[in-house]
Design a protein around this ligand. Structure first.
Ligand code: NAD
Length: 370
């Protein structure tokens, strides 16, 4: 079976890392026809707008997209292509797996969790204003609805079911946010019993941050509102090894867009230097989304083996933290070639590499721990 997928190369390092991801996708043998459309700086130069209609049309038609990062100009200019894409395509779930690869680049080699963030409302609804003319006071409205809460919470449980994950944790601040937090909490308590095979619990956001940096292995799927999810997903990317290895997915009712957590890193643009792993792992997520599990497993293992071997890795993976002794850094394209070379050679019968098992033990009710 062949698939048609929209490809948005993006800005800065985007074209290099998406090219790397295409190379690895091709090595899986899965036929993907890429429909390349430009958003961001290239689109402004060619069409005078950062998000031409053809980008949205292509994604709506193909229902799948692989995207590179897009620069958001500071100050004036357009707001954000990324925000506009989310709104126009109603991409309501931001899904970010945080899996420590080969135990490298992290003090938390056991990290293996997924943050599912509601991405349409909360404090990012855009309902905000200055209270006075002098701009000495401002208000932002935190919009939480039953409909959006139920949609994201159900998505988190369905995700857990499909991906063999066993536990879902809701993160909120219902003790202080007596309406918005309490509504999200109430909906979670309604939805969770519909998935009896998956255990469920809750954490307050402040406590969750502390728990995550003490014992991330105790968490599996985390579901939360927009702002808390934005912060937690970056925190978890850090736990699992950093921006260079953190992929993400934006899920809507009918479309899915896969993009790395990192931005366009303009200072490395055109240098063939950036780490391609986050974008390559977006291909892994795309393949899993398509049900192409074997191909996805091959990509995951090839990335794992390449990082564990530490022979052909980009500059950031060649530094202490990832290696005991610094190794000569390879280029973005060389690392992609190495991962692609390994993809067909992967032994799927061998035990799958996993983040290391935790040695941490639970200490009762974490909400009571300080
Ligand atoms: P950034 O992620 O681009 O860079 C942060 C740091 O990480 C920099 O030092 C950068 O060089 C490094 N880095 C990032 N990705 C890397 C990679 N693959 N390999 C090696 N090093 C890497 O974040 P920023 O500097 O805050 O943002 C730059 C631009 O990207 C901004 O315009 C921002 O709005 C945009 N951005 C876009 C997206 C997106 O398109 N989804 C996400 C985040 C930021």
């Amino acid at each position: 079976m062949s698939y048609r997928v929209t490809l948005v190369p993006g800005d800065g390092i985007g074209p290099e890392v998406t090219e790397a991801a295409r190379k690895v996708a091709a090595a899986t043998g899965i036929e993907i026809e890429w429909e390349v459309v430009n958003a961001g700086e290239a689109a402004i130069a060619a069409k005078g707008t950062p998000l031409p209609d053809e980008v949205l049309d292509s994604i709506r038609k193909n229902r799948l997209a692989l995207k590179g990062p897009i620069t958001t100009p500071i100050g004036g200019g357009f707001r954000s292509v990324n925000v506009a894409l989310r709104q126009q395509l109603d991409l309501y779930a931001s899904v970010r797996p945080a899996r420590a690869i080969a135990g490298e680049g992290t003090r938390f080699p056991e990290t293996d969790l997924v943050v599912v963030r509601e991405a349409t409302e909360g404090l990012y609804s855009g309902v905000e204003h200055w209270v006075d003319r002098e701009h000495n006071a401002a208000e932002s409205v935190n919009v939480v609805t039953r409909k959006a809460s139920e949609r994201i919470i159900r998505y988190a449980f369905e995700y857990a079911r499909v991906h063999g994950r066993k536990h879902v944790t809701a993160v909120h601040k219902a003790n202080i946010l007596k309406t918005t937090g309490a509504l999200f909490q109430a909906v979670f308590r309604e939805v969770a019993p519909r998935y009896p095979e998956i255990t469920a619990d809750e954490r307050l956001i402040d406590n969750m941050c502390m728990q995550l940096v003490k014992k991330p292995a105790e968490y599996d799927v985390i579901v939360t509102t927009n702002l808390f999810g934005d912060i937690l997903s970056d925190l978890c990317a850090g736990l699992a090894g950093g921006l260079g290895v953190a992929p993400g997915a934006l899920i809507g009712e009918s479309v899915a867009v896969f993009e790395p957590v990192h931005g366009s890193a303009p200072k490395y643009a055109g240098q063939d230097k950036a780490n391609p792993v986050a974008e390559i792992l977006c291909v892994e997520l795309l393949l899993r989304h398509l049900g192409e599990t074997e191909a996805a497993d091959r990509v995951w293992r090839a990335v794992w083996e390449t990082i564990a071997e530490k022979k052909v890795v980009t500059y950031d993976l060649a530094l202490p933290g990832y290696t005991e002794r610094p190794v000569p850094p390879s280029s973005c394209s060389a690392m992609a070639r190495e991962i692609a070379r390994k993809v067909p050679l992967v032994d799927l019968k061998a035990p799958a590499p996993r983040p290391r098992a935790s040695t941490a033990s639970s200490t009762g009710d974490p909400n009571l721990e300080t």
